[in-house]
Design a protein around this ligand. Structure first.
Ligand SMILES: [Fe+2]
Ligand SMILES: [Fe+2]
Length: 327
């Protein structure tokens, strides 16, 4: 290798890795709404802002930031391999403001779903799943008490994990065995996405404190690994456990609704993201949002108990068509 070629290659490597390894900022892709141009905005990562800043974890995704002439902003990318930024509009012709979901992913929740249903634990596995969830409930209730918003926000950071882990494991299984999944990969990923949208809604109303963010990081570190192992060992137990977790989610949102109705929690206007995602009326309130989220949780409850039942009856998930397209 000639000296000049080696110099060029080392310069290329430094150019590629340098900003990632050495920079004190995070680069985010943003789009200029008026020009359609894509650019990068750098966000400082001092003191762990990468993990602790709300702006670094979602705001840029939801609210396109206009690029400016600041020297920190990279040169705008007009097109990337011919993939032009899409211009999406609402039914009334106004611009669609959310990059994290599109109009065809919005839906009206089925609020007629039974929110009192309970799977009675009969065999050892059911009882183990039920009492594990009941045991986990005790410290949660002691910590949150009636701080519903904080409870809901942190609950959703956990609730969005099982669908993604289960979906990923079923995806790998499908590849490994050269077989279809019966739609269950999609159903579980839909659940995970739906739970994450619950979280995106709550962070528009309340901002987590630093110790809550730290708690989420610690809990996620444990829960992702624990659920992964549980799903590998026994998918039917893992789904049963999520079924019971969702039952508890329905109960906690019912308590939230009670406190909104008796005035001990202020019924603020619904965030814009919730109005668009659940196709709520423009004058919708937090009560409407909690009602549709509770309906979603009831759907997750039924989906997971059903997934467990299929396997408890000696079948594989792929044998039963998954309930996809709830929204
Ligand atoms: Fe949720
Ligand atoms: Fe849920």
């Amino acid at each position: 290798m000639s000296h000049s070629t080696a110099t060029k290659m080392s310069r290329l490597v430094v150019c590629q890795l340098g900003p990632r390894l050495l920079s004190t900022s995070v680069s985010h892709v943003v789009r200029n709404e008026t020009s359609g141009a894509i650019g990068h905005v750098k966000i400082p990562t001092l003191l762990g802002v990468r993990n602790f800043s709300a702006s670094a974890t979602g705001k840029a995704e939801e609210e396109p930031v206009t690029t400016n002439s600041d020297s920190q902003v990279d040169k705008a990318i007009v097109s990337y391999w011919g993939v032009a930024p899409t211009k999406i509009t609402k039914e009334d012709g106004s611009a669609w403001k959310w990059n994290c979901f599109r109009p065809w992913e919005t839906y009206k929740a089925d609020v007629s779903i039974d929110v009192t249903k309970h799977h009675k634990p009969t065999n050892f596995m059911d009882k183990f799943a039920y009492w594990t969830v009941q045991a986990l409930k005790v410290p949660t209730q002691l910590f949150f008490q009636r701080r519903h918003m904080c409870h809901a926000m942190l609950l959703e950071t956990v609730a969005a994990v099982p669908g993604m882990v289960g979906g990923m494991l079923l995806h790998c299984k499908s590849l490994r065995r050269f077989e279809h999944s019966g739609g269950w990969i999609k159903a579980l990923l839909e659940e995970a996405e739906n739970e994450r949208m619950h979280l995106m809604t709550f962070i528009d109303i309340a901002k987590p404190a630093w110790y809550e963010r730290a708690l989420v990081i610690a809990v996620q570190g444990v829960f992702v690994n624990a659920y992964f192992l549980a799903y590998v060992a026994s998918p039917k137990l893992a789904h049963r456990m999520v079924g019971y977790l969702e039952e508890e989610a329905v109960i906690s949102y019912t308590e939230f609704l009670k406190d909104l109705d008796n005035g001990s929690f202020e019924n603020v206007p619904a965030p814009a993201i919730a109005i668009d995602y659940w196709r709520l009326p423009l004058d919708a309130t937090l009560r409407d949002v909690i009602t549709v989220i509770r309906a979603d949780e009831a759907h997750h409850r039924d989906l997971n108990h059903y997934a467990s039942d299929i396997q408890c009856q000696g079948h594989e998930l792929k044998e039963a068509p998954a309930p996809i397209g709830y929204h």
